[in-house]
Design a protein around this ligand. Structure first.
Ligand code: ATP
Length: 277
């Protein structure tokens, strides 16, 4: 496959990548909290230039897998690989330096700063850390559709758009892999549609995106591959239409608020970033 430069509207979002290359994978990852097995022999992969879905009922282990991949937690067994290199023992900041960025289920923004200031802080850290050219804040505000609220305090920004601020902030580091934990939670239908376009655009630029999301129509419409976790195990992996029709997946979702093919949120969603933070 041709090497593609990861550039979106001229933004130097990342390094040169092979489209379709596996950028991130976990191999047999097991995580225990005391006697509780939160992840059991989990192997998933995320390719450059694609959006990969990671779904499953509440408590299935999705956030735990993100924590393991980013280095916030260590697995009891198994390994994590970035572009084929074993990074299981690397500290989180070194993984970030290698091109891994994430957002959080619970918004983690500087709520007393403006949208622009949040991106400036990220730009400052990323610039000092990597030494490579990173996107300008204005370019990023434009790309992510945040220019009109650039000078608003994040505390006053509605939750749906604050989630985009978090994505923009993650993108300021010029990642190769972007991990998104329930980014559409709190978004209106219109915001979600715009967000889906943004993710398509970023993936088309070569970024490897892993999306944890309870909005299953969004996942099914956006992802080329979906991994399904249930009670810490991968119960299905494949194209969305195959996974959505899988009896094991349907069974896993029965009795939950979320069933494949329906929109759902995780209950009450705060109105603004102030309430979410
Ligand atoms: N720090 C922890 N200590 C003990 N148990 C934990 C810890 N973190 C997560 N767990 C447990 O591990 C399991 C997986 O949790 P996790 O948050 O990864 O699930 P999830 O799929 O992200 O759920 P949700 O969709 O509700 O966010 C759950 O049973 C949870 O209670």
């Amino acid at each position: 496959m041709d090497a593609i430069a990861v550039r979106t509207k001229g933004l130097p979002l990342s390094h040169d990548l092979q489209s379709g290359e596996i950028l991130l994978d976990t191999r047999g990852v097991t995580v225990r909290f005391g006697g509780h097995v939160a992840l059991d022999d989990v192997s998933i992969s995320v390719r450059a230039g694609t959006v990969t879905g990671l779904i499953g009922p509440n408590g299935a282990g999705k956030t735990t897998l993100f924590d393991t991949v980013t280095g916030a937690g260590r697995p009891a067994a198994g390994t994590v690989h970035l572009a084929g290199h074993d990074i299981t023992r690397l500290a989180p900041h070194r993984r970030a330096r290698l091109g891994m960025a994430r957002t959080f289920q619970r918004l983690e923004l500087f709520v007393s700063l403006t949208v622009r200031q949040n991106l400036l802080v990220a730009a400052d850290i990323a610039g000092r850390r990597s030494g490579r050219r990173i996107p300008s804040v204005d370019e990023m505000l434009e790309l992510t559709g945040l220019a009109d609220i650039a000078d608003d305090d994040v505390a006053d920004v509605p939750t749906g758009r604050a989630r985009i601020v978090e994505v923009a902030r993650a993108l300021m580091s010029g990642p190769r892999v972007l991990l998104l934990d329930e980014p559409a939670s709190g978004q209106t239908e219109e915001e979600t549609a715009r967000f889906a376009d943004l993710l398509r655009q970023l993936a088309a630029g070569g970024l490897a995106i892993c999306l944890v999301e309870h909005d299953l129509p969004l996942v099914m419409g956006l992802c080329s591959t979906v991994h399904v976790l249930d009670y810490g195990k991968v119960i299905a992996s494949g194209p969305p239409e195959q996974v959505g029709a899988d009896p094991a997946v349907i069974a896993a979702y029965i009795g939950t608020d979320h069933t494949p093919g329906t929109a759902a949120t995780d209950g009450d969603v705060p109105d603004t970033a102030r309430e979410a933070g």
